[in-house]
Design a protein around this ligand. Structure first.
Ligand code: ADP
Ligand code: ADP
Length: 224
């Protein structure tokens, strides 16, 4: 069963830059998919189309059976909540503590205090950061900040998690532990899509891999 599909999707940016060219991709519920390829190939564009930060120039993006471009208002907000996103540069709020950063999403969704407390603690434990709950982002290493951003992305239990170069700013050790956390989430039933230009890391991890070059996508044989 597909959780996300791109049907003949092309993206040309207003300045004429081509992001993607006629991409067809089906992501099944329970997949762990790597998107690899050189810098500027279109990996980030593909993820932005999946979480609706960009609209395709041609073709259609479908999430859980809904065509993204048809949705407005509440239906669109509801669909967005079904997707967690992790960025290369963490995007934490510097004036909020770790636990407050993670709680932001739940606040925005109108969760009450007890509900927030019930969810934030276990999520921080899952990424190994419960002891740092009261710290501010600038008191954490890059690897720890990325784990906070993963906690924030999944605290509201979205079925689909997108991570855009989550290991891009990390050394090998931290990169590996971030991938281990994504794997744990996958084991818990989350569908995970990760862009990663580090092909060695992708190979070592042995999952379904698609490669984009100059906006064109091709599927690689499943590594075992
Ligand atoms: P990757 O994530 O693989 O590095 P991107 O998806 O960021 O690649 O970029 C694909 C192509 O689209 C590149 O040529 C890039 O310069 C261009 N691009 C990306 N974002 C924009 C934008 N907002 N405006 C114009 N061109 C863009
Ligand atoms: P973080 O990546 O979480 O910010 P640091 O940058 O402090 O953590 O790195 C943790 C340790 O790994 C440090 O001792 C640092 O010298 C070492 N390190 C950082 N980058 C690399 C790298 N690319 N390869 C090997 N070791 C590295």
């Amino acid at each position: 069963e597909a959780i996300a599909c791109l049907h003949n999707v092309s993206k040309i940016y207003p300045n004429g830059c081509r992001g993607l060219h006629s991409v067809n991709l089906q992501i099944r519920k329970g997949d762990f998919l790597f998107i690899t390829g050189p810098s500027g190939a279109g990996k980030s564009t593909l993820l932005k189309l999946l979480y609706g930060a960009e609209m395709p120039t041609e073709g259609q993006v479908e999430i859980e059976g809904n065509l993204f471009h048809r949705l407005r208002g509440r239906a669109l907000a509801h669909l967005r909540r079904r997707i967690g996103v992790v960025f290369q540069d963490y995007q934490l709020i510097p004036t909020k503590t770790v636990e407050e950063n993670v709680a932001v999403v739940l606040h925005a969704q109108g969760a009450c205090r007890t509900e927030i407390q019930r969810r934030v603690g276990p999520t921080l434990r899952m990424v190994g950061l419960a002891p740092k709950a009261k710290c501010f982002p600038d008191q954490l290493s890059g690897g720890e900040q990325q784990r906070v951003s993963i906690a924030r992305a999944v605290v509201h239990t979205p079925p689909l998690l997108l991570a855009d170069e989550p290991t891009g700013n990390l050394d090998a050790h931290n990169a590996w532990s971030v991938l281990q956390i994504l794997k744990r989430l996958h084991d818990l039933g989350v569908t995970v899509i990760v862009t990663c230009h580090n092909e060695q890391l992708v190979e070592a991890f042995a999952r379904r891999v698609v490669r984009i070059e100059a906006g064109i996508l091709r599927e690689l044989p499943v590594l075992t």
